[in-house]
Ligand binder design. Structure first.
Ligand SMILES: Cc1ncc(C[n+]2csc(CCOP(=O)(O)OP(=O)(O)O)c2C)c(N)n1
Ligand SMILES: [Mg+2]
Length: 597
């Protein structure tokens, strides 16, 4: 047995020990020693050759969001590495572990101002929780191991710059090990019972409670629903946490603000108490959404989040499920309340509104009817990779999600182009599950070269492009804030032809009447193992702005209300105040504040 090992191979073996199955990137002269190591280990770890490093890094970040495991991407020195940055920032902002390996000129040329040679460390200083350049071959596996531990421990991005010559050297085979077998998560903190009792006391005495769940509530959806029904408190979710709950839950208010639905925006100004669960709602302070709330109870695992978004009356450090179950055990059941009834009617009224749009059978093809087809064909455990644009908002409004499914996007960084890479990793990670990439035409334009990657790796993904020839989400903002539209419309692209040219199967859907057939054909192709793209040429109708509803005759003129109802096909949408008044509750009239965004 040889008593030396190639340093690059040792580094890849460390990745393997940590359970890394796929690694995304594009080679270059400055990272070819690592490529050689990947070749050596190709039976253990699968290299996924993307067509743009950004897609590789975004796939790595989305891998972490879908699986909880570290994602790994690489790029060559200089531009290959800087192309990774959007994916790395996406991981940083969403606090998920990602490792980036960046090539560097050989040590002989480092600091010599030679080709593609620069001090790379400062480039990654801001994005990374760990950021080091390897200086000896012996260090290489150790630094990779350290980088992974740091990324997991700090839920962030680790970057390792690798001078190419070090990866080719032999090192003593006993000189490295990985810490993968020692990795442990911190145990869940035990609950402080006095805090639970204080929470119970407030919730017992409040009349208009909203439970507001964030992604920290994942896995605790059933427990929250049980509490909600027991204390008659409707449940809001952050835009990124919809898949915590079954969309059929009668008390689901949905999300607030703009990536939002009406019931949540209606409820908050009228609520007296908020139970904030595993939630770091980023718009809380700037939009003053809790202005009228008198009691604020927070449950969170992360001490850094406690008291961050609002002054807390009660603080519970702990796991969301543990805390919710304990509150539910201690609290007494409320009889049906006016608050619960008013919210349930309001939720049902909203559901009737969206159902009517989704099930239209005449008129121009709108995004709503496309969602109807998606809902008809989505598997019970489908995975949705969602791009950034209208689709972020409309997918939470119109997809009938459930907790067996996964809905993931670029949450806080909100980078366009995340749909394709997310779908690539989802299909690789969960080959037996149905995977959708839902994207706007602008977002799809940014990364569409990597449709070829889906084809190259035989990934039967359904790519759905909502083509409206505009940056719709931004155009709508301009309507509200600007003197005119500027830079928000663009020439259309026949994406189906591009898909065909890349070896996928492309469909163009233009007429509502064809929607059913096109989806049936496309889904049959996917079932036969093909990569599919449906280019849905939708109308440019603006989705209803639930942040600025014009429905209530107490604050708007009859003419304005009529025009609003007509434009958004909202003839039957009822102002929340009507439901509240019918229950004897005096409504608060507080416009949704977008906080300057
Ligand atoms: C990389 C990046 N550039 C710009 C933005 C700003 N932005 C957010 S949504 C959006 C428009 C999205 O357009 P499209 O994908 O066509 O979707 P639509 O809203 O039209 O459905 C833009 C430009 C962004 N979030 N990310
Ligand atoms: Mg668009």
């Amino acid at each position: 047995m040889s008593n030396t090992i190639n340093a690059g191979v040792a580094a890849v073996k460390v990745l393997e020990e940590w359970g890394v199955k796929h690694i995304y990137g594009i080679p270059g002269g400055s990272i070819n020693s690592f490529m050689d190591a990947l070749l050596h280990e190709k039976d253990e770890i699968t290299y996924i050759q993307v067509r743009h490093e950004e897609v590789g890094a975004m796939a790595a970040s989305m891998h972490a969001k879908f699986t909880g495991h570290i994602g790994v991407a690489f790029g060559s020195a200089g531009p290959g590495g800087t192309h990774l940055l959007n994916g790395l920032y996406d991981a940083r902002e969403d606090h998920v572990p990602v490792l980036a390996i960046v090539g560097q000129f050989a040590t002989t040329g480092m600091n010599m101002d030679t080709f593609q040679e620069m001090n790379e460390n400062p480039i990654y200083a801001d994005v990374a929780v760990y950021n080091r350049t390897v200086t000896t071959a012996e260090q290489l596996p150790h630094i990779i191991d350290e980088a992974i531990r740091q990324a997991y421990a700090k839920n962030g991005v680790a970057v390792v710059q690798l001078p190419v010559d070090l990866g080719t050297k032999e090192i003593p085979s006993q000189a490295f090990y990985s810490a993968a077998n020692a990795y442990r998560k911190l145990p869940r903190p035990s609950l402080h019972f006095a805090d639970i009792e204080s929470a119970v006391e407030i919730l017992e005495n409040s009349e208009k409670t909203v439970i507001y769940a964030g992604i920290g509530a994942r896995g605790a959806g059933d427990d929250i629903v049980a509490l909600a029904r027991k204390i008659k408190a409707p449940v809001a979710v952050t835009g990124i946490a919809y898949d915590v709950f079954d969309s059929d839950f009668e008390g689901l208010l949905g999300s607030a603000n703009r990536v939002a639905i009406k019931p949540a925006n209606d409820a908050f100004p009228n609520a007296d108490t908020v139970l904030f669960v595993g939630n770091n709602y980023p718009f809380a302070e700037v939009t003053n959404v809790f202005e009228n709330v008198k009691n604020f109870i927070q449950i969170d695992l992360n001490p850094a989040n406690l008291g961050k978004r609002h002054h807390n009356d009660v603080t519970i450090l702990g796991d969301a499920g543990d805390a919710i179950r304990e509150i539910t055990r201690q609290i007494s059941e409320k009889a049906e309340t006016p608050w619960w009834r008013a919210n349930l009617l309001n939720i049902q009224n909203w559901r009737d509104y969206v159902t009517k749009l989704e099930t239209k059978t005449a008129g121009n093809l709108q995004l709503y009817q496309v969602y109807h087809q998606i809902n008809q064909h989505a598997a019970a455990d489908a995975i949705f990779s969602i791009d950034v644009g209208d689709v972020t908002q409309t997918s939470v409004r119109h997809l009938h999600l459930n907790p067996k499914q996964m809905w993931r996007t670029s949450n806080l960084f909100a980078t366009m182009g995340i749909g394709i890479p997310g779908a690539i990793t989802a299909k690789l990670d969960f080959p037996n599950r149905q995977v959708w990439n839902l994207a706007g035409d602008g977002g799809f334009n940014m990364v569409m070269q990597d449709l070829a990657t889906q084809v190259q790796y035989n990934l039967p993904i359904i790519n759905l492009v909502f083509s409206n020839q505009q940056f719709g989400f931004i155009k709508d903002e301009q309507e509200d804030t600007n003197s005119g539209y500027f830079g928000v419309e663009f020439a259309g692209v026949e994406f189906a032809k591009i898909a065909d040219a890349m070896g996928a199967k492309g469909y163009t859907l233009t007429r509502l009447a064809d929607a059913k057939t096109v989806f049936e054909h496309a889904l049959a192709d996917v079932a036969n193992g093909l990569t599919v793209l449906i280019d849905a040429k939708i109308s440019t109708d603006r989705p209803i702005p639930v942040e600025s509803l014009i429905l209530d005759d107490k604050i708007h003129t009859a003419a304005d209300i009529a025009a609003f109802r007509k434009r958004y096909e909202a003839e039957d949408l009822v102002p929340f105040a009507d439901f509240l008044k019918a229950e004897g509750i005096e409504p608060e009239y507080k416009a949704t504040d977008l906080g300057g965004f």
